[in-house]
Design a protein around this ligand. Sequence first.
Ligand code: KG4
Ligand code: ZN
Length: 339
Amino acid sequence: ADEPLVLGIETSCDETGIGIVRGTTLLADAVASSVDEHARYGGVVPEVASRAHLEAMVPTVHRALKDAGVAMSDIDAIAVTSGPGLAGALLVGVAAAKGYAMALDKPVYGVNHLAAHVCVDQLEHGRLPEPCMALLVSGGHSSLLLVPDVTSDVRPLGATIDDAAGEAFDKVARVLGLGFPGGPLIDRRAREGDPDAIAFPRGLSGPRDAAYDFSFSGLKTAVARWVEARGRDGKPVPVADVAASFQEAVVDVLTRKAIRACRENDVDHLLVGGGVAANSRLRAMAAERCAAAGITLRVPRPGLCTDNGAMVAALGAEMVRRDRAPSTLGIPADSSMPV
Ligand code: KG4
Ligand code: ZN
């Protein structure tokens, strides 16, 4: 019980997340999402997200404290996502964190959103093995990260050169008329489809292509063209087969590159995180391919993969444990913060 009680604040996109942890023990994970307000636009609207964060902040903090059974005065440190993300959305979380830290006279840690997606797994599977490889796939990012130290040394090996994986899921779902956010809807429809029905392109998988970068915009366009051609021919679109074949193309490239990155960097633990890590096919294929390659796979449960405050609190607790210097009250809201 000597471990620090840390409150984490996440507002980089459309989720107002407040998490409370003690060390690696999760005590509360309250999330207020504005996703329904964005659904009719087919994507996240920054202005709408910022306003929703403002409205949700204080009630969500109170809900987290109640869930954890602690008082605000018990909190030892505050952690907040400093970037990357939507500038206006980040600003709301950073301002709240500074306010709470000042009022409580406690240290505040500005943390990187991607590092927090990695660190969250500690809450489920215990201390992170380091170095490990992390494949982070969400609506905003698709990155391969080598992680020698999650609090201070996270090295990007590759990233998407166009759309993020989740963005591709969302756009293809729109083409198929499935709704937003598209990832879970495609995942569900794909279960009744044949993943080998249509041979969609695997972006950047040639021998001379950047080894650890991803590209999903060509795939998205290929799906849209295929669906349009069916329409012109007056044939019905086999939604389940398109969903399954598209999903297979994404998951194939992600897992292949992640495992190659492990091998080429002598790392034997792979962590998969971010909203797309909730994908059932990605979890299954990663498990199969890791087992074949002798790599230990760690994937947090879906609720911890999507944006939440617990991941920020988890990284904040780790910063305290490793005696990292707290931030000053000048923490930036840095929309393009590098890892
Ligand atoms: O990490 P997250 O909650 O927010 C971002 O930082 O973007 O990820 C949201 C993304 C969305 O694009 C959503 O469609 C995708 O994750 N997603 C999925 C699944 N569940 C969520 N993609 C594929 N399969 C899923 N089951
Ligand atoms: Zn995220």
